[in-house]
Design a protein around this ligand. Structure first.
Ligand code: SF4
Ligand code: SF4
Length: 187
């Protein structure tokens, strides 16, 4: 999720979180890093070791938690074990062109976390495209599953058990999806 700092939640800082420095793929001319592998410049629990000279791709990146005022401190990605980023690919026709991806970066059981379920239900009901993403092994791509079509009937029926069953089915689909090793083009 990229933005100018004007879109950041006032008073909210990354603190000791370094989730994006580990969990995301970075493929920029001055930094290439596979997902699930800590950036060599990252100081765990502190932040970027080259902050003042960090690559421009890092300079402009902020996760969903830094930008969404409705998320409380429990949503800081290292605490929530869920990293929210912008989704703009593979969105089906009829939906807005931009949505959100919820990437599980720790325990898979975080799909049962009530704040996660409540937020996903609200977004789906509002028509916002939502993806669940599960990491492969370190260095491998993640699998993304579009949640809206799977969840909307149960959400509209106020069927909490049905929502949970469909979220678990989406999680299983992510786990079953092949996840290739990331290979960067040589310069
Ligand atoms: S994942 Fe979000 S909160 Fe964590 S370091 Fe990156 S931008 Fe900051
Ligand atoms: S260069 Fe700094 S901000 Fe960018 S991924 Fe590495 S540690 Fe994070």
């Amino acid at each position: 999720m990229n933005s100018s700092q004007a879109h950041l939640v006032p008073g909210r800082a990354c603190g000791g979180c370094t989730s994006c420095c580990k969990d995301l793929t970075i493929d920029a001319p001055d930094l290439k890093k596979a997902p699930g592998i800590l950036c060599p410049h990252c100081v765990v629990g502190k932040g970027c070791g080259i902050y003042l000279s960090r690559p421009s791709v890092c300079d402009g990146f902020y996760c969903g938690w830094r930008q969404m005022p409705l998320l409380d401190d429990g949503w800081r990605p290292d605490r929530a074990q869920i990293l929210i980023t912008t989704a703009s690919k593979h969105i089906p026709a009829g939906y807005p062109p931009q949505g959100l991806t919820f990437e599980l970066t720790g325990s898979l059981e975080r799909v049962t976390w009530p704040p996660f379920l409540n937020l996903v239900c609200d977004l789906v009901e509002d028509g916002v495209p939502v993806f669940l993403s599960v990491r492969g092994e370190p260095g491998h791509v993640s699998a993304n599953i579009f949640l809206n079509d799977r969840l909307r009937p149960a959400i509209l029926a106020r069927d909490a058990q049905g929502v949970m069953e469909n979220v678990r089915a989406a999680l299983q689909a992510c786990l079953d999806h092949p996840k290739e090793k990331v290979a960067f083009d040589q310069p």
